[in-house]
Design a protein around this ligand. Sequence first.
Ligand SMILES: *[C@@H]1O[C@H](CO)[C@@H](O)[C@H](O)[C@H]1NC(C)=O
Length: 210
Amino acid sequence: MSRSCVLSLLLVALCSSISNAFIAPVSRLPASISPPAERTALKAIDIVEPSYNLAAGSLGLGLIFGIPGSPLKSRVTAILGGIPLTLFALFLAYQTTTLRFTFDESNFSLVKSSGESTGENVVVGGENVWGYDKFVNYDFFPSQSFPILVYFKETQTPAEYWNIGPGESANSEEALAKGAVPGQVHFFPAIGNSNQLLNGFEKHNCAKIE
Ligand SMILES: *[C@@H]1O[C@H](CO)[C@@H](O)[C@H](O)[C@H]1NC(C)=O
């Protein structure tokens, strides 16, 4: 895969993780809801192990473009590549440390590493909790063995949000003609073990377009 392709994927990951994974403080949850740790203690939950591969890869690329003595290093590559990629690596490492994907009996969720709710999704509202039966597709980009982005599409989010941002092309007539199923698209940086994510999606029969 070409370097520019990797870079543009990382850029997409950055944009999508900023739009998708920014999290509201838990204190915004209504006081009447019992603490999630208490609720979840009674249920079987698989927590996906964190994966630092993406943060490490981003850091590696950042160093290649930014480190003195590297053949690719110049002021331009440092400013365009080295510095943003290194900052992105720190951002990913932070997310990898503080967030977890989980699978319970009926939902795929993004929670804090403490198990607490991540609050409302800032883009489309609603908790970062999606029922398996609402999935219409999932995938890993560029691939499951070299994951940069975890993608899924669901119909739980109200349809009025589906065409915002990347959803516009994902729900276009052209995409639907090619077999896409309408829904809300989500892209998250691949901050969890992709084998465990795949196993979880398969185990819970999440719909997938082949
Ligand atoms: C799945 O999520 C829904 C909606 O948030 C919730 O009502 C339900 O209890 C959850 N199921 C489990 C097993 O946690």
